[in-house]
Design a protein around this ligand. Structure first.
Ligand code: ADP
Ligand code: MG
Length: 238
């Protein structure tokens, strides 16, 4: 077995908090069969660094702050545990509200996340939809009302649907704030706060960011539990 301290030092990884050890291959994650099949279809050889560190933490139900550069595989780092989390809940019937909520700053990003969530979730019976502004509400409203496990969206349009009573947050127990630094740069802080404050406090929360400035730290302090694990890959701009 690979020496863990060696792995962390060699890859400039810092883990704060009492975290389960990183895993070094996909088998160690014990993903369900359909998820493993999709990983193999994608031709991926091994987890990226952020995936190695994030999966054991998120699969054990802990809160996580993940700081890693763009292109480091953060989407699968939070999506696969989200799919597993949703699959452990009672099956969602038509009209039931979602289990997982993922926020990201732009239409392009939420669509990318949705593509990955759909690709890995469909065989595991995990239904997803994507919500963003600047497009008709009709299709998005109908998809929310049809009953699904995972909702991915930009904060403004999500809040619209929450205020209209179309998107209900009572069953959300897994929350992702992706590209938190960019969401704050784009002025979404009020919407993020309003949404997070309405989600039950016994949820699991994870935040990903490429940078770790004061504003992002404040958001993490407010919306993640105090015994969250903090993982940083490489040198990070503060
Ligand atoms: P980030 O969110 O950190 O910017 P993404 O999640 O968008 O990164 O992933 C970047 C690219 O890496 C994508 O094309 C994705 O398919 C690919 N990728 C993800 N995980 C792996 C892996 N374990 N092995 C190889 N490529 C991967
Ligand atoms: Mg990303």
């Amino acid at each position: 077995m690979m020496d863990i301290q060696h792995f962390l030092t060699n890859n400039q990884i810092t883990i704060d908090g009492n975290a389960p050890r990183p895993l070094f291959n996909f088998d160690e994650a014990n993903f369900p069969e359909p998820v493993m099949e999709t990983i193999i279809q994608c031709g991926f050889q091994k987890p990226t660094l952020i995936q190695s560190c994030s999966w054991p933490i998120l699969l054990s139900g802990l809160d996580l702050i993940g700081i890693a550069l763009t292109g480091s595989g953060k989407t699968l780092a939070f999506i696969l545990p989200a799919i597993i989390h949703a699959s452990h809940q009672e099956f969602v019937k038509p009209g039931d509200s979602p289990i997982v909520l993922i926020m990201a700053p732009t239409r392009e990003l939420v669509q990318q996340i949705h593509t990955v969530a759909h690709q890995f979730g469909q065989l595991a019976q995990c239904r997803t939809t994507v919500i963003f502004g600047g497009a008709s509400k009709e299709f998005q409203r109908n998809s929310l009302l049809s009953g699904l496990e995972v909702v991915i969206g930009t904060p403004g349009r999500l809040l619209d649907f929450i205020e209209e009573g179309i998107l209900k947050l009572d069953r959300i127990t897994y929350l992702v704030l992706d590209e938190a630094d960019r969401m704050l740069d784009m002025g979404f802080e009020p919407q993020i706060r309003q949404i997070c404050e309405r989600i039950r406090s016994d949820r699991q929360t994870t935040m990903f960011s490429a940078t770790w400035p004061k504003e992002v730290r404040k958001l993490a302090n407010k919306f993640l539990s105090t015994n969250r694990i903090h993982v940083t890959i490489g040198n990070v701009i503060l």
